[in-house]
Design a binder for this molecule. Structure first.
Ligand code: KG4
Ligand code: ZN
Length: 320
């Protein structure tokens, strides 16, 4: 059994998976409501909340899995990238648990974790595949050759796709986290109502900042009443532009790399229009798109652990 921990942003998460990649428990305590009043994640508030939640969440994950620490053979924890204070809480907790049981520990890169959400049963995907990783902090096109080997084909030159959703939601007066809200509202809107631009950047990179500016121009002169009347159309058109940019690039990349399988992971992979636009793709299961610890434990299956007590000196990192 692998015990996974994830605290890189505003989800305190613990999960237990078995050696074959079956999920035994997957507990996610979201702090979203706590941060909504500030319109985004406040790092210091997140760290403090992680500190309060991490022990109960670990207990719950073990309890739900019907195991105790006696059954755990190794730990896996997110080392970075993310909010440094938030990461340190999870890393310290993982070190403490591993040290107390003389267990090995696997430090996991959060982005590797998202990719590893595809390796969980019952629908485990085998490399090679072309992977779009779209989250709040990253937008990457990865040529995944094996469980441990991948090449970055493209990335965003400015905002991440999830960031574009969140900033757009803010302009539309929708609560944080905005991606889910735009997704929900877009269902009642007309995606053809506004013609938002999709940036053409060279190679296989992405750019979303121009799109955000276009939404700003479309909304800034509207009265609150007008905004309310057009909000669904704006959301639908804006979402259509983001999805078009993602789908266009991933299909281009698949062609160039000669990839037979396209996979999509990360928080934005939960977007309903994106999922519908890539019917043949391997899509991370909805519950595993946004941050969770099952994906971190999954990545832990494919990386050599650091034996006791060498991991006590490990440090978290905020960026790659
Ligand atoms: O992977 P994730 O949970 O955290 C990071 O690693 O960043 O991704 C969070 C991002 C947020 O920007 C959120 O707005 C977006 O994923 N998101 C969505 C949806 N659900 C979450 N974006 C579009 N549609 C959704 N349904
Ligand atoms: Zn993430």
């Amino acid at each position: 059994m692998i015990l996974g921990l994830e605290t890189s942003c505003d989800e305190t998460a613990a999960a237990v998976i078995d050696d074959d990649g079956h999920i035994r428990s997957n507990v996610v305590a979201s702090q979203a409501d706590l941060h909504a009043q500030y319109g985004g994640v406040v790092p210091e508030v997140a760290s403090r909340r992680h500190l309060e939640l991490v022990t109960p969440v670990i207990r719950e994950a073990l309890g739900e899995a019907g195991v105790t620490l006696d059954d755990v053979t190794k730990l896996a924890v997110t080392q970075g990238p993310g909010l440094i204070g938030a990461l340190l809480v999870g890393l310290a907790a993982a070190k403490a648990v591993a040290w107390s049981r003389r267990l090995p520990l696997v430090p996991v890169d959060h982005l590797q974790g998202h990719v590893a959400s595809l390796y969980l049963q019952p629908m485990a995907l085998e490399p090679p595949f072309l992977c779009l990783l779209a989250s709040g902090g990253h937008t990457l096109l990865l040529d995944v050759r094996s469980h441990g080997e991948q090449r970055v084909l493209g990335t965003t030159l400015d905002d991440a796709a999830g960031e574009a959703f969140d900033k757009g939601a803010r302009l539309l007066g929708l609560p944080y986290p905005g991606g889910r809200e735009i997704d929900r509202l877009a269902r009642t809107g007309d995606p053809g109502a506004y013609e938002f631009p999709v940036a053409r950047v060279p190679g296989l990179d992405f750019s979303f900042s121009g799109l955000k500016t276009a939404l700003l121009y479309a909304t800034r002169d509207l009265s609150p009443h007008e905004l309310a009347a057009r909000r669904a159309d704006l959301a639908a058109s804006y979402q259509r532009a983001i999805v078009r940019a993602l789908v266009g690039r991933v299909q281009e990349a698949a062609k160039q790399a000669g990839a037979g399988t396209i996979a999509v992971v990360g928080g934005v992979a939960a977007n309903s229009e994106l999922r519908e636009s890539l019917p043949g793709a391997a899509l991370a299961p909805l519950a595993l798109c946004t941050d969770n610890a099952a994906m971190i434990a999954s990545a832990g299956r494919f990386t050599d652990p650091v034996p006791y007590p060498g991991y006590l000196g490990l440090d978290a990192y905020a960026s790659r």
